[in-house]
Design a protein around this ligand. Structure first.
Ligand code: URA
Length: 188
């Protein structure tokens, strides 16, 4: 299925209670054949208002890290979230909300077929990689799953609260750049 068709279907989603409080569904954005895909947790207030992922303060910080390794949502990556609608008060998505929403992400994944998936924060890492995943222990490491490489790093919103982890994230992005040069054909 084309990603645009999938997006149209997703915009009408009513599979969980978050549809009652959302302003916009935040489907995802970026290059439809990106080799690198970033997955966050769920939209915040700015994303809910604009219908686009990572457009608030944490998105600006994410853009800086992307830029540092010649990535951007305009040219070579795709960005999505575990849940497509904002959880009230920015709480973590409930397990039933993540479960209801995951089929959309799986279908996005099937359309885009990225070679590398970068999970932003614990919620995405535990959902995509391993329920016991620890960001502080395993950030920046690559794990292969069914032919795709997965890596997780700290969520940019967590970095805004604890800037002490910024150098670690920079290191993770340097590792990511190295991995891209090894396995991606048309990212740079
Ligand atoms: N945080 C997320 O996890 N996703 C967004 O899109 C914005 C903030």
């Amino acid at each position: 299925m084309e990603i645009d068709v999938l997006q149209q279907q997703c915009l009408a989603c009513r599979r969980c209670g978050l549809c009652e409080t959302r302003t916009n569904v935040v489907f995802g954005m970026g290059v439809p054949d990106a080799e690198v895909m970033f997955v966050g947790e769920g939209p915040g207030a700015s994303e809910d208002e604009q219908g686009l992922p990572f457009v608030g303060r944490s998105g600006q910080l994410l853009n800086h890290y992307l830029e540092a390794i010649d990535l951007s949502r305009e040219t070579n990556v795709y960005i999505a979230n575990i849940v497509k609608c904002r959880p009230p008060q920015n709480r973590d998505p409930l397990p039933e909300e993540s479960q209801a929403c995951m089929p959309w992400l799986r279908q996005q994944f099937q359309c885009i077929r990225p070679k590398i998936v970068v999970c932003l924060g614990r919620v995405a890492a535990q959902q995509m990689m391993d329920p016991g995943f620890s960001i502080s222990r395993d950030h920046g490491k690559f794990f292969e799953k069914q032919g795709t490489l997965f890596m997780a790093t700290y969520h940019p919103a967590a970095l805004l609260r604890y800037p002490v982890n910024k150098p670690a994230v920079f290191g993770d992005f340097v590792n990511l750049r190295e991995k891209i040069t090894q396995i991606c054909e048309h990212t740079y």
